[in-house]
Write a protein that binds this ligand. Sequence first.
Ligand code: NAI
Length: 253
Amino acid sequence: MRLENETVVITGAASGIGRETATRCAEEGARVVVTDIDSNGGQSVVDEIDDDGGEAVFYDLDVTDSEQFHAVLEEVADSYGLDVLVNNAGTGHPGGSLETIDDSIRDFVIDVNVKGVWNGCHAALPHMKEQGHGSIVNVGSLASILGLPKQAAYSMTKGAVLNLTRAIAAEAGPYGIRANTVCPGFTDTQLLDQYLAQRDDPEKAREEMAEDYPLKRLAEPEEIASAILFLASDEASFVSGHGLVVDGGFSTC
Ligand code: NAI
């Protein structure tokens, strides 16, 4: 098992990519700390892991709340240690050209997607440094490496996640800490459903989107979870500062 006796904290783990990552990490022997603002969804992930014989606990955690993030990670680190942090929680915004995006929406997306990741790293690093090891996996996006039209705020924040992660890899490497980014292409989750709901014909839009991918389909959340698991585990023991693009070849053509 790839994460035996390790403690993995995952943000936004009640749904989609975070949820799949939580169950996969539990299957690999990790003690999983499921966190989210959606308590019911988060608790259902914990119940599912329990039923399958794994170990998990839920914490209500809004990643924009730095104080709360520090308190949760302190409790986790004191109780079990903190081996892996997956900063997965993220949000999108209604599509529109830059000049039509309201400042409040821009700030909300920055708060969740950038400050949320920053808060997690800020809270985790002292514990990981003290232990002398740790692995941080931040969830970026294809929008970390491409500028998506009508998604300027989202693209800005996901670009920031990639470079923040590189800076952490450079800075914290001497303490035995690795930091990497997973950059998924469109993945079948509720976030994608919300994005498609803005189109006149969401189902047609989904089919057209899939057609643009060389593999002629979108990603499943478990395919992104596999990449997160790889970077989190010792299988990636010499991989740090990397942005792992998981997009079925979209960005290569
Ligand atoms: P999702 O909507 O299924 O899950 C996101 C989770 O984050 C939800 O459970 C939600 O309650 C939680 N969350 C939202 N704001 C939060 C906050 N302030 N604090 C704590 N939790 C919060 O979405 P999905 O697709 O699983 O997204 C996960 C990550 O993957 C996000 O960072 C997203 O930007 C990224 N991503 C998703 C893609 C997609 O096509 N679905 C493509 C590329 C990146």
